[in-house]
Write a protein that binds this ligand. Structure first.
Ligand SMILES: [Zn+2]
Length: 195
């Protein structure tokens, strides 16, 4: 099911898609295009984003004061292969996305990062978005936006995820924001109230 969520502008991505559709893939070569070419389907068009965001929301509820939950999903089998939630009480860099990524199988098992995507209740911070880029996964989906998180007193580094992606020389990933935004915002609003 496809939802009309706000899609963060990704000029290069759209250009890539048009190029792919036009059969001119060979004229362009960057890792993002290669990752799309490895799978005939475009992940954002073939996944039930609400279904997986609901799973991320359930994980976020484990930490009501820091409700950042994340799931990593195999885009082919449509199953969760890694899940995580904030554990900064154990380690300051264990954000929801970082724990979800760390809970995925390792590459020795044949795990292919180009066939997964990540759902997170809140827009990723620069550290997590950079980690997502390093994995090479082609898509990240978030619920609440960084400006909203900041309005709830979350967020330390004021760089949007889109900006991190645009700055990447390694490769790009597609980003979709606002999936189940109302439900995610409610989590963070309640967290602020309870703090
Ligand atoms: Zn983070």
């Amino acid at each position: 099911m496809i939802y009309p969520y706000r899609k963060i502008e990704m000029t290069e991505m759209e250009f890539s898609r048009r190029t792919l559709m036009g059969g001119a893939l060979g004229l362009l070569a960057n890792s993002f295009i290669e990752s799309v070419a490895a799978s005939p389907r475009t992940p954002s068009l073939d996944l039930d984003h609400e279904r997986f965001m609901r799973l991320a929301i359930e994980l976020a509820k484990k930490v009501p004061r820091y409700p950042f939950g994340a799931v990593v999903v195999d885009v082919n089998t449509k199953t969760v292969v890694g899940e995580g939630w904030v554990r900064v009480n154990k380690n300051p860099i264990w954000h929801g996305e970082m724990t979800a990524i760390n809970n995925c199988p390792d590459s020795d098992s044949g795990f292919d990062w180009k066939n997964v995507c990540l759902y997170t209740t809140g827009e990723s911070c620069p550290m997590c978005q950079s980690a997502i880029i390093w994995t090479g996964m082609p898509l990240v989906v978030y619920g609440s936006s960084m400006p909203f998180l900041q309005s709830c007193d979350f967020g330390e580094i004021n760089i949007r995820a889109k900006t991190v992606i645009e700055a990447s020389l390694k490769g790009k990933c597609e980003i979709i924001g606002g999936v189940l935004e109302k439900e995610c915002n409610e989590l963070f609003r309640n967290a602020k109230k309870s703090s």
